[in-house]
Design a protein around this ligand. Structure first.
Ligand SMILES: [Zn+2]
Length: 217
């Protein structure tokens, strides 16, 4: 049973890898965003507290988030955990250490899907799909055979997602750096940070993560 933090900017495939680790290894993803939404909808005493705080526009305190994570860990004493969205600060990282230690657990790895930012921008902003049959293309990596004509259905209409523009992608990368900057040095100092090549194919990234998880203790 291993406990890991999975980090990676939008577009690096973190969600795909987390889903796979859950399906293949029975790990449980503890996403603080999901946990807060679930708590809020549950009507439990702590859930009502979360709802009142969120409705007032305040941030839910570390103490409440930590309590929710603790409750969740206690429902699955022998599953590995994937922490997502927490910790974001050094204080939270210390709280997480304590929370795990109280349960005889510890953090095994902080796995970051590292990306080449320029290449990621190119990868994301080049995507487009056929408006008629939905097949996916890319300006550089998978253009249509005849410019402007879908290889599959012959349509000449294409769509691009409004989020797939350079400014949005760069803003998301900046947000990611700002979110991880406070905790990476904390875990670097403990020797827990492992980087995998987030630009590799989904299968390659999976193999790199598996190799880390399968290292002898
Ligand atoms: Zn088409």
């Amino acid at each position: 049973m291993q406990n890991i933090i999975l980090l990676g900017p939008p577009g690096a495939g973190k969600g795909t890898q987390a889903a796979r680790l859950q399906a293949e290894r029975g790990m449980v993803q503890l996403s603080t965003g999901d946990m807060l939404r679930e708590a809020r909808a549950s009507g439990s005493p702590i859930g009502d507290k979360v709802k009142a705080i969120m409705d007032s526009g305040e941030l839910v305190s570390d103490a409440i988030v930590t309590a929710l994570i603790g409750e969740r860990l206690d429902t699955c004493a022998d599953c590995g955990a994937i922490f997502d969205g927490f910790p974001r600060t050094k204080a939270q990282a210390e709280a997480l250490d304590l929370l795990l230690a109280e349960r005889g657990r510890s953090l095994d790895h902080v796995i970051e899907l590292a990306v080449d930012e320029e290449a990621l921008v190119q990868r994301i902003t080049g995507r487009f799909t056929c408006a008629k049959c939905g097949v996916g293309y890319h300006d550089s990596f998978r253009p249509t055979e005849v410019p402007g004509v879908c290889d599959v259905c012959g349509s000449t209409e294409f769509k691009r997602r409004p989020d797939d523009n350079e400014q949005t992608v760069r803003t998301r990368l900046e947000e990611y750096r700002a979110k991880t900057a406070p905790i990476l040095p904390f875990y670097e100092a403990k020797g827990l940070v492992r980087r995998v090549d987030g630009m590799a194919s989904v299968d390659d990234v999976a193999a790199q993560i598996d190799a880390i998880l399968d290292e002898p203790a």
